[in-house]
Write a protein that binds this ligand. Structure first.
Ligand SMILES: [Zn+2]
Length: 267
């Protein structure tokens, strides 16, 4: 599943390829993905020029010169391929034709992604999102949010009202680097711990974005597709392996998701 760093990498790729171009055609090859495509999608999109590509949480927001915004989410397995020469893949569901003669193809085997268009004012999926981790978001912001939360900190940082786009992998990694147990109750975290955690979340996400930026060039050279790059994790998916502290990485299930952690260095 694409996490925030992958989505940011996709945003960078789309922005460099799409900005300033006019949409000359749209092919929708199914009724929808996770949700049906809006009936007026083609009418509102074709003929507009792309002004900017932004990201909010794991949503891609494509600003059009009409004032509308095209909203894309990659779901579990979505992928945009730029300058594609082939759009006949089994899971190629959407093709966008641009005025430079190129086509961008959206492929999504599991079809949990989405594509929508809205007036740029408000969208129900965006309205209640919490702060962006890489923008102005401080330890004190987190501390205030957690004051009345009695669930484990791991569960809380996956809550999109607390902070957006951290995701399971980066929650595990940031907690390990912060020395905080994933089972610790959120309202028991001291302000210093919140500061440490916020710092580590920003670092793990930034490192992954940088790694993505460096693989992006190779990816585009290979097949033009964006996202999905290999990672090095300290604890994620490493049950039974040694932690850097000498302890052993364990797995537990919280809220239906696997948590990887080390009880020797996370208290
Ligand atoms: Zn450890």
């Amino acid at each position: 599943m694409p996490e925030l760093p992958e989505v940011e990498t996709v945003r960078t790729g789309l922005a460099s390829s799409w900005t300033g171009k006019r949409v000359d055609g749209l092919e929708l090859r199914r009724e929808g993905l996770r949700f049906p495509f809006p009936d007026d999608l083609e009418n509102r999109l074709v003929g507009t020029r792309i002004v900017k590509v932004r990201r909010r949480a794991k949503y891609l927001l494509i600003d059009l010169d009409s004032g509308d915004v095209l909203l894309s989410h990659l779901g579990m397995s979505g992928r945009w391929t730029l300058d594609s020469s082939d759009s006949e893949g089994k899971h190629d569901h959407v093709v966008v034709h641009l005025d430079d003669g190129t086509m961008s193809v959206y492929n999504d085997p599991r079809r949990f992604g989405m594509l929508d268009i809205y007036d740029g004012e408000s969208h129900k999926l965006l309205d209640h999102l919490g702060p962006e981790p890489l923008e102005e978001w401080s330890g004190n912001d987190l501390f205030q949010k957690l004051k009345n939360r009695k669930s484990p900190i791991k569960i809380c940082i996956l809550d999109q009202k607390v902070v957006v786009g951290v995701g399971n992998i980066y929650a595990c990694e940031a907690l390990n680097r912060s020395g905080i147990s994933p089972t610790k109750l959120a309202n028991k975290l001291k302000k210093k711990e919140c500061e440490r955690l916020v710092t580590e979340i920003k670092i793990v996400l930034s490192e992954a974005i940088q790694a993505g930026g460096s693989t992006l060039r190779d990816f585009k050279a290979a097949d033009g597709s964006l996202g999905y790059f290999p990672h090095q994790f300290k604890v994620y998916d490493r049950e039974g392996e040694p932690c850097e502290c000498g302890g052993t990485i364990e797995r537990l299930v919280q809220g239906g998701r696997s948590t990887f952690w080390c009880r020797s260095c996370q208290k």
